[in-house]
Design a protein around this ligand. Structure first.
Ligand SMILES: *Cc1c(COP(=O)(O)O)cnc(C)c1O
Length: 415
């Protein structure tokens, strides 16, 4: 990948851009929310649509010259509808957080009540954390995963809903390795006459490929990001029944955004098109098989997994039982030195802090894009375990780094 025009004009930025290509090529991207898009998606995102104002929706714009913007956005919408079977789709949210904001704005008033999963138990900032607008504008109560099992206890959730009487229940998570039972949460929401927002940000690809149950047609609103397990470039999406279509569309524009990022909408269109191909289903299945292999081997090496394993693309390791003196941040930093990039993460019942938590989260979407299979993922689990066992040993890092080099050579990414 060469950035010839940037290099001619602005070598400093070109250096950073090529540095990033090399970084992605030469390291293992195991941050569970990251992936690598195709060159087709990159090209679409880098297109001249970045120049175009297209406030409004296809066929109803506030500016002239939207002929091609309309074509691209309609393609993104049609493909998303085919992928998810949703009545109505809005592809304009700039990110997953903004997709959630769009839903809140459409159906809540300031001061209304949100019931959502605690951030340290796997929830997301935009579900009502005090540092996020959602926690500042709305009243928030949070549920937790079961301390023993690491699973959501749907009976407890229903009881909590009955006591708190929320206006909306938010499901869908950032660090939850298990299948989510949308129907059970919908029943809890129905029992207190609340809306249900299913935020599938992490699992948009798994749901699209039917390797995770879909909340579309179950939950009132489904939001997602378009850059995690699906490879459609950075952005967000909202899906809902026809009855909420106008409310959602006007909450997104003019409610909280101006002109859509049409170049990103083009990326979404191309990425959704790729996800409609049969190979994508195989990709999503392999992503989950790889996460299971990773989980099994980490367990084999004596590490404790929250919930004991995984049903999706990510694993969450609780370091406390096996390595009580090692923190997630230390492991994250040591692994980065060795070329494995993942993140420190809080675990249910966290006893340290959000900045230096007791867990690590690792995902397989990026590795699977590069072609990793279960054997390669078991090898990666061994490498992680070796670093966790010797968090200060430079010789171990060097050895692991060499194995990472071999793996990245075997599974190349960008030219
Ligand atoms: C990643 C994520 C989002 C979206 O995040 P953005 O960075 O705003 O795109 C929303 N909800 C959950 C549960 C997430 O994990």
């Amino acid at each position: 990948m060469n950035y010839d025009h940037v290099r001619d004009q602005d070598p400093a930025v070109a250096d950073a851009l090529t540095g990033e290509v090399e970084r992605q090529n030469d390291t293992l991207a195991m941050i569970a929310s990251e992936n690598h898009v195709s060159e087709a998606v990159l090209e679409a995102q880098g297109s001249t649509l970045t120049n175009k104002y297209a406030e409004g929706y296809p066929g109803e714009r506030y500016y002239g010259g939207c002929e091609y913007a309309d074509e691209v956005e309609q393609l993104a919408i049609d493909r998303a509808q085919e992928l998810y079977g949703a009545d109505h789709v809005n592809v304009q949210p700039h990110s997953g957080s903004q997709a959630n904001m769009g839903v809140y704005l459409a159906v809540l008033d300031p001061g209304d009540k949100i019931l959502s999963l605690d951030l340290t138990h796997g929830g997301h900032l935009s579900h009502g954390h005090p540092a996020n607008f959602a926690g500042q504008v709305y009243e928030v109560e949070q549920y937790e995963v079961d301390a023993e099992t690491g699973y959501i206890d749907y009976d407890d959730l229903r009881e909590q809903a009955e006591e708190y009487d929320p206006d909306i229940i938010v499901s869908g998570y950032s660090a939850y390795p298990r299948e989510v039972e949308w129907e059970s949460i919908q029943e809890a929401a129905d029992s207190v006459d609340a809306y249900h927002l299913a935020d599938i940000a992490h699992i948009t690809g798994l749901v699209a490929a039917d390797v995770h149950d879909s909340p579309v047609g179950v939950a009132d609103f489904v939001t997602g990001s378009t850059h995690k397990t699906i490879r459609a470039g950075r952005g967000g999406i909202i899906m809902c029944d026809e009855q909420f279509a106008d409310d959602i569309d006007s909450a997104v524009f003019p409610g909280m955004q101006g002109g859509p990022l049409m170049h990103n909408v083009a990326g979404k269109a191309v990425g959704f098109g790729e996800a409609l191909e049969p190979e994508f289903e195989a990709y999503a299945e392999q992503t989950v098989a790889n996460a299971k292999a990773l989980a099994d081997q980490l367990h084999e090496r004596g590490l404790e997994l929250v919930s004991g394993g995984t049903d999706n693309h990510l694993v969450l390791v609780d370091l406390r039982p096996s390595h009580p003196d090692t923190t997630g941040k230390e492991v994250e930093e040591s692994l980065e030195d060795a070329g494995i990039v993942l993140n420190a993460n809080t675990v249910p019942g966290e006893t340290r802090s959000a900045f230096n938590p007791s867990g690590i989260r690792a995902g397989t979407p990026g590795l699977t894009t590069r072609g990793f299979d279960e054997d390669a993922c078991r090898e990666v689990a061994d490498l992680i375990a070796e670093v966790v066992d010797s968090p200060d040993d430079q010789d171990v890092f060097a050895e692991v780094a060499e194995r990472v080099d071999e793996l990245t050579d075997t599974y190349p990414l960008y030219d």
